[in-house]
Design a protein around this ligand. Structure first.
Ligand SMILES: C[S@@+](CC[C@H](N)C(=O)[O-])C[C@H]1O[C@@H](n2cnc3c(N)ncnc32)[C@H](O)[C@@H]1O
Length: 240
C-alpha cells in the first residue's frame, strides 16, 4: 500500500491510517522505544506529571493507541474517568492484552477524532500524544475537541515537530530520511509506514502555525514546552 502523503486524498487517508496502525500495532511500542531511544517515555512522563496535577475528573486520551498515557493516568487519578479513544482497534487491543490494566476507571472507545462520541462541554481535559499529525482533517478534529471540552479546560498536545533547532536539523534529517525507514523495514517489516512517519512530521505545522490553527478555532495558547532541541513539543491550549 502507498503511504506517500501527497498521493493520499483526504477521504482515503483515514482508512489508510487505520490500516497502517492496525498493521504496526504489535511492534508499535517496541519501535517507539528503538526509534526515539526511549525519549518518548520521558516526554510522556512529563505530560502525565503535568496532567496529574490538574486532578480533572473526566479525561479523554485522544488517539490513545496502546495506552501509555491513559493506563498511567488511570492508575494515578483513581477518582477520575479516563477514556482511551482511538481509530485503530488493534492498537487498543494490543495495549489491553499486553499491559497491566486493572483499572475500573479506564474505558476504551474505538472511533474517530472527527466525530467524538461525547456531548458538548462534557470533558475536563484532553491529552493528544503523537496523534494530531495523523488526523486526515486536523481542523475538524480540533473543532471536535473544542466542542466536547468544557470552557476554560485544556488540551495537551504532544507532537513531533519540524521546528527543530538548526544545529540538530541535519543529523535529524539524515536519521529520519535514511535510518528510520531502514529500522522500520528490519524490525516492523514495514518500511512504508516509517517513511510515512517522517513525511507526516515534515508536513506538520511549525509552532506558530499550529498555534494559529488552535486560536482560530477557539483556543488560547496556555503553555509550550520544547523537548530535545525541538524534536517534540508539548503545546497546551485552553478553550475560550
Ligand atoms: C503515533 S500513535 C500515538 C499513540 C499514543 N498516543 C502514544 O503516544 O503512544 C497515533 C494514534 O493515532 C490514532 N489515530 C489516527 N487517526 C485517528 C483518528 N482520526 N481518530 C482517532 N485516532 C486516530 C492511530 O490509530 C494511532 O493509535
Amino acid at each position: 500500500m502507498e503511504y506517500n502523503n501527497k498521493k493520499i486524498l483526504e477521504s482515503n487517508k483515514k482508512l489508510i491510517i487505520k490500516k497502517l496502525f492496525n498493521d504496526v500495532s504489535k511492534k508499535y511500542d517496541l519501535m517507539n522505544d528503538i526509534m526515539s531511544f526511549r525519549l518518548h517515555r520521558v516526554w510522556k512522563r512529563d505530560l502525565i506529571k503535568k496532567v496529574k496535577k490538574e486532578k480533572e475528573k473526566i479525561i479523554l486520551d485522544l488517539a490513545g493507541g496502546t495506552g501509555d498515557i491513559s493506563i498511567s493516568l488511570a492508575g494515578h487519578l483513581k477518582e477520575s474517568m479516563i477514556f482511551l479513544y482511538d481509530l485503530s482497534l488493534k492498537m487498543i487491543n494490543y495495549g489491553r492484552m499486553n499491559k497491566k490494566i486493572h483499572k475500573d476507571n479506564l474505558f476504551f472507545i474505538n472511533g474517530s477524532a472527527d466525530q467524538l462520541a461525547f456531548r458538548d462541554n462534557s470533558i475536563d481535559l484532553i491529552t493528544l500524544a503523537f496523534g494530531l499529525r495523523n488526523f486526515s482533517n486536523k481542523e475538524k478534529c480540533i473543532k471536535e475537541c473544542r466542542r466536547v471540552l468544557k470552557y476554560g479546560k485544556r488540551i495537551y498536545v504532544l507532537e513531533f515537530s519540524p521546528s527543530v533547532n538548526e544545529l540538530l536539523a541535519p543529523i535529524y534529517k539524515y536519521y529520519s530520511l535514511k535510518i528510520l525507514p531502514f529500522i522500520g523495514e528490519k524490525i516492523a517489516n514495514n518500511k512504508e509506514a516509517y517513511k510515512y512517519l517522517t513525511d507526516s512530521i515534515n508536513e506538520f505545522p511549525h509552532n506558530q502555525e499550529l498555534e494559529n490553527i488552535f486560536t482560530k478555532n477557539g483556543f488560547f495558547c496556555y503553555n509550550r514546552i520544547k523537548y530535545f532541541g525541538g524534536i517534540a513539543y508539548l503545546n497546551v491550549f485552553s478553550k475560550v
